[in-house]
Design a binder for this molecule. Structure first.
Ligand SMILES: Nc1ncnc2c1ncn2[C@@H]1O[C@H](COP(=O)(O)OP(=O)(O)O)[C@@H](O)[C@H]1O
Ligand SMILES: [Mg+2]
Length: 352
């Protein structure tokens, strides 16, 4: 079975729709040039200068950030999809990139995975420059794209084995590694069934296994739970967390489900119209908003002419409130054009 096989319809899919019988364009593109996974590199980050105040024996080489972006920009013609993003993700962290449709999350992810060039700014993955060391960066990454990438005409095991081959996992290790990846996502019992018979949640877990088979140090998940029911969403996250606990893998996830970010992310960045509008732990961001609201309430009571705030400063804000606060008004009306919504729905329909 090859990626040239015709697209097969998935039972239950809407007419004209199918789960990819071939890997999606983005995944195919990524896989085509992905290299051999190596061990865990320890390249020092050249951006970090030694501390001049320290005179004692030098510390061991500093551990570079899992991901560092500085001034990252990417435009599609006139559309500034990513408009100056600065981001540092620490090793072992679960970092959430949140934002509505069209915020620029997928474009940022595609720059980090080297699927798009980095025309302006800098991206480093564990110290490796995404512009100059593309293969080194790709070897460190696992990527679950927003668009579905599993092959409906293959069994779960065959799907993962395909990735194992592409990532050049030695032949004698392949079967065991594929088995481990399937086990890690709870698909051992279903491994020999065609992916076309899987539920949406199982498909997403299969794609997770595909990304995990190369033992990535940084796992990039683009809307991994979109369109899934709450139980399937929880199951996907449980499997991610088990692997993370066992391997210390760093996770960068995009989502527009604020509740998920609150529950599973150590830190989050709120992105809107290509820019990061706020960054911190969910608790920090909520606490900042509470403080701002309290200050606004004090201003209102001491300055009769000040505009009245519609929200009580006593109410515990949610992450969604934080987002509305930092993104300003018009979030609902202006977030994402038709193309964004259509693309999101397409993925949601396929997995739903
Ligand atoms: N291939 C493309 N061609 C033209 N515009 C695009 C393309 N991909 C994304 N965009 C535009 O870039 C902006 C950011 O999109 P995207 O990165 O997909 O956002 P998100 O993942 O947050 O929904 C949107 O305005 C979108 O319409
Ligand atoms: Mg997206």
């Amino acid at each position: 079975m090859t990626s040239e096989d015709p697209v097969r319809p998935v039972p239950g899919a809407a007419p004209g729709q199918s789960l990819h019988a071939a890997p999606s364009r983005h995944t195919a593109e990524y896989l085509h040039t992905a290299g051999t996974p190596t061990g865990w590199p320890t390249a020092p980050d050249p951006d970090r200068a030694p501390d001049p105040d320290r005179t004692s024996a030098p510390d061991p080489a500093p551990v570079p950030d899992a991901l560092a972006c500085r001034g990252l920009r990417y435009a599609f013609g006139e559309t500034r999809a990513v408009d100056g993003v600065d981001l540092s993700v620490r090793p072992g962290e679960v970092f959430g990139l949140l934002g509505p449709n069209g915020a620029g999350k997928t474009t940022a992810i595609r720059c980090i995975t080297t699927l798009l060039p980095v025309p302006t700014g800098m991206v480093r993955v564990f110290g490796h420059d995404a512009a100059r060391e593309r293969m080194a960066v790709r070897r460190l990454l696992g990527y679950v794209p927003q668009q579905l990438s599993a092959d409906a005409g293959l069994t779960g095991r065959e799907n993962v084995a395909l990735f194992a081959r592409v990532f050049d996992i030695p032949r004698r290790e392949r079967a065991a590694r594929v088995g481990q990846a399937l086990e890690a996502v709870g698909l051992t019992d279903a491994a020999n069934r065609l992916a076309s018979t899987y539920s949406g949640g199982m498909i997403r877990r299969l794609e997770l296994a595909q990304a995990l088979v190369s033992a990535p140090r940084l796992l990039m998940l683009d809307e991994p739970t979109i369109g899934l029911d709450p139980i399937a969403r929880t199951t996907v996250w449980e499997h991610i967390n088990v692997v993370r606990a066992a391997t210390g893998m760093t996770v960068l996830v995009t989502t527009h489900y604020m509740d998920e970010a609150e529950q599973y992310c150590d830190r989050v960045a709120l992105m809107h119209r290509g820019r990061i509008r706020a960054l911190g732990t969910p608790a920090e961001l909520r606490s900042d908003l509470r403080t701002r609201r309290a200050q606004a309430a004090r201003t209102t009571t001491t300055t009769p002419s000040a505009p009245r705030t519609s929200v009580s400063s006593d109410v515990e804000p949610t992450l969604e409130d934080v987002f509305r606060d930092v993104a300003g008004t018009g979030l609902d009306e202006q977030s994402g054009d038709f193309r964004d919504v259509r693309s999101t729905r397409r993925t949601a329909t396929r997995v739903g």
